[in-house]
Design a protein around this ligand. Structure first.
Ligand code: NAP
Ligand code: GDD
Length: 327
């Protein structure tokens, strides 16, 4: 039975990846931080097969202990401070967790695996946010990185540290450059879930307005359930590498709003949506669109869920939550 250790298991991708690995017969261990983290109960309920270990990306010795306890064949580093807007308010913490946390995991694996560096395969959750002020359209694995947020800068550090450990120690370390991916489990601070929750609540008469920042920003949005399959495929390759994972389509925030409100039967969404400067960013990433040909050709991966299907799935889940008085 293969064994996997996942950091960030309480997050969106942690759920979908655990579910995928459990369905493939893996023994799955999840690193959870904090004392009495309230998310543990949800994890135990939703993914009863997962074994929980405590640890923090800021604490190398806790990661080393988790490696010894789980003896993994594969480590997926999904843990991060992942909300871009928050990263300007907590720059140092974001650098430590999202950036240096990657080094802590790599170094812990190196110490744990000793003279057999390839024994533990490593996946780093890198991000299209690294392309920032994009230097080429669409973005590929070789597009120059130009991050526009402290989060993006921290991810660039983690990405290059992953490559450096691969080149320095022969580690099987891959970096997945994933474009935005969403699901009904997406945190409500991210724009997609903020919109779908508001559309459901407004349609039910529970909310009057939706306040948003930049409606013109464009993203390449896919479904998280599809994207975790690409993570797993990367670690099944003989040779570690870096891959862009994207739908190769771009849509504006406004298009997302139109589709979401249309799904609940509201065509005049302009009546409910207002711009609020609080949600504008010091530096914006205006346009993201990936080219995932390499993942398609080498991993045999392509996304199944379209933009419209993704919006509908998220809206329908929030309509159900509102109906059940959960939101
Ligand atoms: P998410 O839902 O925000 O989950 C982040 C996870 O990181 C949570 O489990 C969180 O734990 C954990 N974490 C935070 N600080 C930690 C620390 N100090 N030590 C250990 N764990 C810590 O993020 P996601 O959407 O699943 O994304 C997974 C990864 O992919 C992240 O690294 C993200 O930056 C990256 N990524 C995401 C996207 C996307 O569109 N979703 C795209 C590209 C890359 P708590 O629950 O305890 O807070
Ligand atoms: N969150 C949020 N809230 N974003 C808004 C709002 C708002 O009210 N109004 C407009 N936006 C715009 C943001 O300015 C941004 O251009 C876009 O919507 C998407 O914002 P988020 O959903 O917060 O995601 P993100 O693109 O900044 O970051 C996500 O994707 C990255 C991959 O490119 C996160 O998941 C990152 O962790 C991930 O790496």
């Amino acid at each position: 039975m293969p064994r996997a250790l996942i950091t960030g298991i309480t997050g969106q991708d942690g759920f979908y990846l655990s579910r995928l690995l459990l369905s493939k017969g893996y023994e799955v261990f999840g690193l959870v931080r904090g004392q009495n983290n309230p998310k543990i109960a949800a994890l135990e309920r939703d993914l009863p097969g997962v074994r929980i270990l405590t640890g923090d990306l800021l604490d190398l010795s806790s990661i080393l202990r988790a490696l010894e306890a789980s003896a993994p064949d594969e480590v997926y580093n999904l843990g991060a401070i992942s909300f871009v807007a928050y990263s300007w308010e907590n720059v140092s913490l974001t650098s430590d967790v999202t950036g240096k946390g990657v080094l802590n995991v790599l170094e812990a694996i190196r110490l744990y695996a000793r003279d057999d560096a390839e024994r533990v395969r490593f996946y780093q959750a890198s991000s299209s946010e690294m392309f920032g002020k994009v230097q080429r359209v669409p973005q590929t694995e070789s597009t120059l990185l130009w991050p526009r947020s402290p989060y993006g800068v921290a991810k660039v550090y983690g990405h290059y540290m992953t490559i450096n450990y691969r080149e320095s120690y022969g580690m099987h370390a891959s970096s997945g450059i994933l474009f935005n991916h969403e699901s009904p489990l997406r945190g409500p601070e991210f724009v997609t879930r903020k919109i779908t929750l508001a559309a459901a609540r407004i349609a039910a008469g529970k909310q009057d307005k939706l306040y948003l920042g930049n409606l013109d920003a464009r993203r390449d949005w896919g479904f998280a359930g599809d994207y975790v399959e690409a993570m797993w495929r990367m670690l099944q390759q003989d040779v570690a590498d870096d891959y862009v994972v994207s739908t190769n389509e771009t849509h504006s925030v406004q298009e997302f709003v139109e589709r979401a409100f249309g799904r609940v039967g509201i065509d005049d969404w302009q009546r409910y949506v207002e711009q609020d400067a609080r949600f504008l960013r010091p530096a914006e990433v205006d346009l993201l669109i990936g080219d995932s040909s390499k993942a398609h050709e080498r991993l045999g991966w392509k996304p199944a869920v379209t933009f419209n299907a993704l919006v509908d799935m998220m809206v329908d889940a929030d309509v159900a939550r509102v109906r059940n008085a959960e939101a």
